[in-house]
Design a protein around this ligand. Structure first.
Ligand code: FES
Length: 143
């Protein structure tokens, strides 16, 4: 069996939603201290709906494929739904990732959550802190 699914290869070769959104309503940047990969997400939000999303990823093919798939999964969706996106759902939508590459999909989930948190903070919207695990305590997403 090939190491990477067709979908991973497709999203790696032709990533969707690459770029920057000027004046984004939410921006999130996360990194994995171990592999050194960095992901940045930009959200345009109107009436609690994600109108547009773009990303920049400096990292491995799985990280690029994961960010691309994750942006497709939240585009046009309500903010509350985007909050529920898990790295598992991203990996499943890609028809799987090798075990040792699962952390790449974690980066995509964290980048989206960081951008949503930024949106909440900028707009003074109250949120459940427990939905955003403290980075310092997990050590996973330190840049
Ligand atoms: Fe670091 Fe993929 S190897 S995110």
């Amino acid at each position: 069996m090939a190491l990477y699914s067709e979908k991973v290869m497709d999203h790696f070769r032709n990533p969707r939603n690459v770029g920057v959104i000027e004046n984004a309503d939410g921006v999130g940047e996360v990194g994995n201290a171990k592999c050194g990969d960095i992901m940045k997400m930009y959200l345009k939000i109107k009436d609690e709906v994600i109108e547009d999303v773009k990303f920049e990823t400096f990292g491995c093919g799985s990280a690029i494929a994961s960010s691309s798939m994750a942006t497709e999964m939240i585009k046009g969706k309500p903010v509350a739904e985007a909050m529920k996106l898990t790295n598992k759902a991203v990996a499943e939508a890609l028809d799987g990732l090798p075990d040792y590459k699962m952390h790449c999909s974690v980066l995509a989930e964290e980048a989206i959550k960081a951008a949503l948190k930024d949106y909440y903070d900028k707009n003074g919207i109250a949120y459940d802190e427990s939905a955003f695990p403290d980075c310092e305590s997990c050590g996973h997403c330190q840049i």
